[in-house]
Design a protein around this ligand. Structure first.
Ligand SMILES: [Zn+2]
Ligand SMILES: [Zn+2]
Length: 395
């Protein structure tokens, strides 16, 4: 048994997130995509929490269900604090085994003066280490996973406000951090060589701010879709595989300055320095640069720790490309839903569907496009400084 999980999600109560992110819509899109386990997201927000308590049906220890889709209680917290003379901003994914723990967490955060009725992803004025200790104090079955660890801002290892190692961030709590989320701009292979991450399970989730982006990155765990096997999945690396973006498509892959249209590989930055050659401002150091920096010495992961992964381009983008239209065009949306319905969901369509089935459901151009992406025959323009990259099937 295995289950596909997207555990970095947001509700319509998180800033910059779509008003369509309701429980009903999230469950409906999980089925369109083929995802079995979702995070409830944003459980500290009072209005959203009330909706969760009213609408999620308990389905065993730590497990909930809505409209045939499994949920666990999870959220994202933003730690903003000073350490070592620098300001630090670290986003954490937090999972709780039940609503009692959630209420305990809300109480603890209120005691730290966090504002819980604004952003569904509240700011906490405590260190990542202290927050982890407090969460485990509330319920030792709580779990903490650093989110999108390489993002320049808000990533645990990010270039702007992060650390150089997990234990620099978590201190004596390091052993209680089971896993790290690698984010869109890096893939597992980039992470395997980083000694700071040795022994930690690598997971990928979407951080979707809108329904269509759900499941753009995913983790497939062994076992049954629920809290118990999720915990085992994270703690003893019961990951079957992760499903990934091409890391170049992420918006912080390369180093650069968006306003000046400057992007650089780590080698270029190594030659010309970390200031923009046009305007002289500091460049936003990308994930690839940062991964290189932290891969310099020490132990890399061993074979047993590594899990297979698949790189995909979103189906909606492939359809938009083959149909010569924008991804928000109505005809593209209709084609997307038809292909998903006929082929058992987006993930199956992209990873498993045969050529003939793809052709029947989405046309010859789509079948060719999916096959090319699977074979890695793609043209890539890497993202940098907040600008997404593009990945297209090669001509
Ligand atoms: Zn975040
Ligand atoms: Zn510039």
């Amino acid at each position: 048994m295995a289950f596909t999980a997207d555990l970095h999600l947001h509700s319509r109560y998180a800033y910059a997130c779509s008003k369509d992110l309701t429980l009903a819509n999230m469950a409906a899109w999980a089925k369109v995509k083929g995802i079995q386990l979702l995070s409830s997201a944003d459980f500290t927000h009072p209005a959203w929490l009330a909706e969760l308590e009213e609408n999620l049906t308990p389905a065993g220890d730590g497990d909930f269900e809505f409209d045939g889709v499994r949920f666990v209680l999870g959220t994202e917290l933003s730690c903003v604090y000073k350490q070592g003379g620098r300001s630090r901003r670290v986003h954490l994914l937090v999972f709780a085994p039940g609503f009692e723990a959630v209420h305990g967490i809300r109480e603890m955060l209120t005691g730290l003066n966090s504002k819980l009725n604004g952003d569904g992803r509240p700011t906490v004025g405590a260190s990542a280490r202290d927050l982890t200790a407090r969460l485990l104090d509330i319920d030792e079955a709580c779990m903490v996973v650093p989110a999108h660890i390489w993002t320049p801002w808000y990533g645990m290892l990010g270039s702007k406000s992060g650390f150089d190692a997990l234990d620099e961030c978590f201190g004596d709590m390091t052993a209680h951090i089971p896993a790290v989320e690698t984010g869109l701009s890096s893939d597992p292979e980039m992470n395997w060589g980083v000694p700071a991450l040795a022994g930690k399970t690598i997971v990928s989730f979407s951080d979707a701010h809108s329904l269509p982006n759900m499941g753009r990155e995913l983790t497939v765990f062994q076992g049954d879709a629920g809290y118990r096997d999720l915990a085992a999945g994270l703690k003893v690396n019961q990951v079957e595989q992760t499903i990934e973006f091409f890391p170049e498509e992420g918006k912080y892959h390369l180093t650069g300055h968006r306003k000046c249209g400057i992007s650089q590989t780590p080698d270029e930055t190594g030659r010309t320095g970390t200031r923009c050659p046009q305007c002289g401002r500091p460049l936003t150091l990308g994930v690839l640069h940062r991964v290189r920096e932290l891969s310099q010495d020490g132990r890399a992961s061993n074979e047993e720790e590594r899990r297979p992964y698949t790189k995909l381009a979103p189906l909606i983008e492939l359809l938009a490309h083959t149909m010569g239209k924008g991804r928000s065009a109505k005809s593209v949306g209709l084609a997307y839903h038809r292909v998903c319905a006929e082929l058992g969901g987006e993930i199956k369509a992209l990873t498993q569907a045969g050529y003939d089935d793809l052709e029947r459901a989405g046309g010859e151009a789509l079948a060719i496009a999916v096959t090319k992406v699977r074979d890695g025959q793609v043209d890539i323009v890497p993202g940098f400084d907040g600008q997404y990259g593009t990945v297209r099937p090669a001509d």
